[in-house]
Write a protein that binds this ligand. Structure first.
Ligand code: FDP
Length: 331
């Protein structure tokens, strides 16, 4: 267990940040509090969404061509309003915004990237969804490129909120990962002082319906992985269809999550800045691995805000095996 965080069990997120235990500067702390407070609102909104008739389509598409749900739009507005109000935030980029929000003239230091409501295909059925965030910090007033088109490796913080039977906020610095549960008084209370991804796990998590469209190496890897898990155990398939839910299970229990590219979409579906990098940052800080086929996505210099990237996340041995098979072209 990480010595610095072992004694924090039961403390609130605000107390943990104020103690400086995770090493975040004040602009990151302020942004994190705004993100956490917004997620509490979203969690409540989700709980009563059917009763409030808040489910269903917003009848428009986002920059990716996705069918926007009413709750996607609402979650995005809640995050942007609260983050903008903190004044600690210089710029906000979101999966639901064509262009980032930029607060010119602020001396603030943090720029935030968001997937406000991930897995929104699960909304109508009441299954788990999430919010994903990542934060860069700046010393000087940045151009948009400087603010966002930086390697994921340079992130100051990243994490996600899982809205399931429990509302769980997972938060990573570059060296440690902690988790908080939302309590009855709507405080995030630390329940995992040092999350580490197990070195192996039986589960693989992938939308196998696309296998005919994967390249030969990915098909060979999955063919091998579905028969036998690392260590010789029998493999098991779990797929929730929401990245946050599938990644969280993989982080806690080990195994592997994959959203590879296909012939039609070589970069897959997941967005580098809003989904792939935040998750890769969490997994690597937790001792797991992340790959886009040729190394970690965190080492990729983004060329555009809305670019996509293939993603394999999970136990180190699983991710290493994926890279090995990809580097050979096929097993
Ligand atoms: P959704 O479209 O429901 O928002 O990138 C979004 C995402 O969900 C991820 O959360 C999820 O892992 C993936 O898409 C599921 O895509 P498939 O339906 O193609 O499996």
């Amino acid at each position: 267990m990480h010595a610095a965080t072992a004694s924090l069990f039961g403390k609130t997120l605000k107390q943990v940040l104020a103690l400086g235990s995770l090493g975040f500067d004040s602009s990151v702390q302020i942004a994190l509090v705004a993100i956490a407070d917004t997620s509490v609102e979203i969690s409540k909104r989700l709980r009563h969404a059917a009763l409030d008739q808040a489910l269903g389509r917003a009848h428009r598409h986002n920059v990716f061509g996705d069918d926007v749900q009413k709750l996607d739009a609402e979650a995005n507005a809640l995050f942007c309003t609260r983050l903008s109000a903190t004044r600690a935030c210089i710029a906000i980029a979101s999966e639901e915004l064509d262009r980032p929000i930029v607060h010119e003239g602020r001396t603030a230091r943090s720029s935030v990237m968001l997937d406000p409501l991930d897995g929104s295909g699960n909304l109508d059925t009441g299954l788990s969804v999430g919010s994903i965030f990542a934060i860069h910090t700046e010393v000087h007033w940045p151009s948009l490129d400087q603010a966002f088109l930086k390697k994921g490796r340079e992130l100051a913080a990243a994490g996600y909120v899982l809205y399931g039977p429990r509302t769980v906020l997972v938060l990573a610095s570059s060296t440690q990962v902690v988790a908080f549960d939302l309590d009855r008084e709507d405080n995030y209370v630390l329940t995992e002082p040092a999350l580490t991804c197990p070195q192996r796990g039986v589960t693989y998590s992938v939308n196998e319906a696309y296998q005919d469209d994967w390249d030969a190496a990915t098909r060979a890897w999955l063919g091998e992985r579905r028969k036998i898990a690392p260590g010789g155990a029998r493999a098991s398939l779990r797929y929730d269809g929401a990245l946050v839910a599938d990644a969280h299970r993989t982080l806690v229990q080990g195994g592997v999550f994959a959203y590879p590219g296909t012939a039609a979409r070589p970069d897959g579906k997941l967005r580098l800045l809003y989904e792939v990098n935040p998750m890769a940052f969490v997994f690597e800080a937790a001792g797991g691995g992340a790959s886009s086929g040729r190394g970690s996505p965190l080492d990729q210099v983004p060329h555009s805000l809305h670019q996509r990237a293939p993603l394999v996340l999970g136990s180190k041995s699983d991710v290493a095996r994926y890279e090995e098979v990809c580097s050979r072209g096929a097993a």
